[in-house]
Design a protein around this ligand. Structure first.
Ligand code: FAD
Length: 248
């Protein structure tokens, strides 16, 4: 099929009943920059049904990885969720997206704010050398509803071990009390000054860069709060400090 690569499932890891990570291999995986997405597709009743998914693996890694949740009423994600080792899935050769380090002007601190499965593209970026060369400090904030949605904790701990004080990880869990987690949504945590207080910094347009990824409410809420601090969306012709990707 022109424009598509057939990939084989190496593993479909289930984090809970809805969340999973699909690892795939193919003769030639599409090239991409960390933070970008491609389309995953399956044939359903003779038609290709495809949706965008961020790559979780880093560009230098041999296998493709995708982190997603099963949306019961959706035509694709329940089918992707039920794939097993040896199953086949189509990958678009075309990759896209501006949630990359090359799409945001350099700064001192980089904030990665994610809800749910939007953690994925940030893991890809965190696995590159580029992010540690470009920023003095990187803060990853992962917002979820319940503790069983806090996936990839081993990988995050590994990055913490390697990077020490250069890397800070914060979780926000909104529907249950979790030790060490912020109890409110990420935009509310910014508004209340909790992110800044926890890290002892003041977010400002000279030093801070922000990447947002996830549901529209979180992304829009964060943009509003960041604008109050003088940060604005980055566009090539009108440079700013904030880049984003909305999953919808
Ligand atoms: C640029 C981009 C990158 C994306 N990357 C990812 C990714 O890495 N992981 C991922 O899980 N999803 C991602 N999505 C969403 C994904 O493309 C699908 O929409 C989602 O998996 C549902 O697919 P579906 O065909 O089953 O249902 P769809 O018909 O696509 O959607 C059904 C409903 O579910 C909502 N929905 C979409 N995404 C989610 C979600 N993550 N959680 C809950 N509800 C959702 C939609 O708004 C819609 O109302 C991305 C979307 C975009 C635009």
């Amino acid at each position: 099929m022109e424009g598509w690569v057939e990939a084989t499932v190496v593993e479909n890891k289930r984090w809970n009943q809805r969340l999973c990570s699909l690892r795939v291999t193919a003769d030639e995986l599409p090239e991409f920059r960390a933070g970008q997405f491609l389309r995953l597709g399956l044939e359903v009743d003779g038609e290709l049904v495809a949706r965008p998914y961020s790559l979780v693996n880093a560009p230098h890694e041999a296998e493709g990885e995708f982190y997603f949740n099963k949306v019961d009423e959706g035509p694709l994600s329940p089918r992707l969720h039920s794939l097993e080792q040896g199953g086949k899935v189509w990958l678009s050769k075309m990759v896209a997206g501006f949630l990359t380090l090359d799409d945001i002007p350099p700064g001192k601190r980089l904030w990665m704010l994610a809800t749910g499965t939007a953690l994925g593209p940030f893991l890809s970026i965190l696995k590159t050398e580029q992010v540690w060369q470009q920023y003095q400090q990187v803060m990853l904030v992962h917002g979820v509803r319940s503790a069983d949605e806090l996936a990839y904790s081993d990988l995050i701990s590994e990055i913490q071990k390697q990077q020490g004080e250069n890397f800070v990880f914060l979780k926000s869990v909104t529907r249950e009390i979790v030790v060490d987690a912020l109890p409110q949504r990420i935009p509310d945590a910014i508004a209340a000054g909790h992110l800044e207080a926890l890290l002892g910094v003041t977010i400002n347009p000279d030093e801070d860069r922000v990447m947002l990824c996830g549901n529209p409410g979180m992304v829009e809420g964060c943009v509003t709060q960041l604008e109050i601090k003088g940060l604005k969306r980055h566009r090539r012709r009108n440079p700013g400090q904030v880049v984003m990707e909305i999953y919808k």
